[in-house]
Design a protein around this ligand. Structure first.
Ligand code: SF4
Length: 265
């Protein structure tokens, strides 16, 4: 394993699931045979989860023995370091409210969409930076003292002084719902007092999505084929639920991978 982008994605797929994290932590204490692992996680989903871990290079299988690979050991070591260094304290931050929606204007980039300017109170100031990891796609800028959060097509900028600009919303109802979601996500983190360690930034490409779709071009999603569906998913115009084929058992692994990737679109 080289640690390149595609390997990183495989590792993140694998470790995004709590059963697989349990297996890795179990193996970190020493080699196990398949029986022992089956007892810990249940035999029904055993092959499914081991395949993910093996594809990611985190474990090795030798006849009946399962062991953590060198790559897996390094991965766990690095995770431990990041976890210790990066968990941040939010104890000084106060829960926020969206105090006022000041303006509702056509979007500059796309006149069919809208831009909303609102106020968040109290201002988050320095706590903004700490909140970055709670959003799958977010970037903090020290220079602008702002946090940009992306979700589908919607781009929201939260400034340290409390100003919030949300772009590319379809209508007032969507803006209201998304501002509420934003407020709830922030308040939940403030209530816990800490944020998770920063996540690996994952850049999802169109082909990452396309390659895990069933590729039957059946049209059941209402699109011409899987490629068109992938384009619309990347643009935030459809959700994965529309591809009903993914619910079939033969596509269970693909579905899980796509669900994981979709959180980074
Ligand atoms: S329903 Fe799924 S498999 Fe069928 S065309 Fe759409 S994306 Fe492809």
């Amino acid at each position: 394993m080289s640690g390149g982008t595609s390997e990183t994605k495989l590792v993140n797929f694998a470790m995004a699931n709590k059963v697989r994290r349990k297996i890795i932590n179990f193996l970190a204490k020493g080699d196990r045979n398949v029986e022992e692992i089956g007892e810990v996680i249940g035999k029904k989903t055993f092959d499914f989860h081991l395949k993910f871990l093996k594809d990611a290079g985190l474990i090795e299988l030798e006849k009946e023995t399962v062991r953590i690979s060198e790559y897996g050991k390094n991965f766990l070591e690095n995770k431990k370091k990041i976890g210790i260094e990066e968990v941040k304290d939010l104890s000084q931050a106060k829960p926020v409210e969206i105090a006022e929606v000041r303006q509702f204007l056509p979007c500059i980039a796309d006149a069919s969409k809208f831009r909303v300017i609102a106020d968040m109170a109290p201002p988050l100031d320095g706590a903004l930076k700490i909140l970055e990891p709670i959003f799958p796609r977010a970037n903090y800028s020290d220079i602008k003292s702002s946090l940009i959060v992306k979700k589908g097509e919607i781009i929201t900028t939260i400034y340290g002084n409390g100003k919030v600009v949300m772009r590319m919303v379809k209508n007032g109802d969507e803006a209201k719902e998304e501002l509420e979601n934003l407020k709830n996500a922030i308040n939940e983190a403030i209530k816990k007092g800490i944020t998770p360690p920063p996540k690996e930034k994952i850049k999802v490409e169109l082909m990452d999505i396309y390659k895990y779709l069933p590729q039957t071009n059946c049209g059941k999603c209402g699109e011409q084929g899987c490629y068109s569906f992938a384009i619309r998913l990347m643009a935030g115009q459809v959700n994965l639920e529309k591809c009903t084929l993914l619910k079939e058992s033969q596509y269970a692994t693909n579905q899980e991978r796509l669900q994981f990737l979709a959180t980074y679109i």
